[in-house]
Ligand binder design. Structure first.
Ligand code: ATP
Length: 201
């Protein structure tokens, strides 16, 4: 089975694209959701987070106190890097196990920080989703009810989108000028053919 990554900057439309692939019957692993769940359920992550950030990162009920953790890591790039160093390896291992359980010709792992986390080395094909910066800012402001400055701040924590797209084998343009669904359908066909070629070799 072909292991495919799907990445792009904040507001580029990764989740939107992932939903189209799901409609085509392709399973998608959503890394952010998985990481949030693993921070509650994985004993090793729990131990490392408590060791690094203190007991208050979990509530009295034993659930991750996300607001508290966010207040610690987002203003401090070094702390954010330590959080990522704890969560990324476990999420990569979890997505790898998930990939092995899939039986479709290909399966997709969606993640904003896929390249930054070094997860692309475990994948066979990388899809990038791109949109102009002003469009991405508008979308996230509307979706999350935040200011343009807050979106720009989040963008600064990611690799520049142009650089990220250079690492991708295929790039989908979600600029609201180019139709998105035909691009996904064409890529789906290409991935099915690639998976079939690998299976028969
Ligand atoms: P994040 O990295 O923040 O999770 P994302 O890359 O997954 O973002 P989406 O959540 O898919 O991006 O899209 C951001 C917002 O823009 C959503 O509200 C989505 O509905 C909207 N959107 C995405 N693509 C389009 C489009 N082609 N036309 C109109 N709205 C769009």
């Amino acid at each position: 089975m072909l292991r495919v990554g799907l990445t792009g900057g904040i507001g580029s439309g990764k989740t939107t694209v992932a939903h189209i692939f799901e409609m085509l019957g392709i399973p998608v692993y959503y890394s952010d959701d998985a990481a949030k769940q693993l921070m509650n359920t994985d004993p090793e992550i729990r131990r490392l987070l408590t060791e690094e950030f203190g007991n208050d990162v979990y509530t009295a009920q034993g659930l991750l106190n996300r607001a508290h953790l966010a207040s610690l890591v987002f203003p401090d790039p070094q702390k954010l890097a330590r959080l990522n160093a704890i969560t990324h390896p476990v999420t990569i291992a979890d997505s790898d196990k998930w990939m092995h359980r899939q039986s479709t010709p290909y399966a997709i792992k969606e993640a904003a920080l896929l390249v930054e986390a070094g997860a692309d080395q475990y994948l066979d094909f990388l899809i990038g989703v791109t949109a102009p910066e002003n469009v991405r800012i508008e979308r996230v402001m509307k979706r999350d009810g935040v200011s343009a400055e807050q979106v720009r701040h989040r963008m600064q924590r990611q690799m520049p989108e142009e650089e990220k797209m250079k690492r991708c084998h295929a790039v989908l343009h979600n600029d609201e000028q180019t139709l998105l669904i035909p691009q996904v359908l064409q890529l789906h066909q290409q991935l099915l053919e690639k998976a079939a070629a690998i299976a028969s070799s």
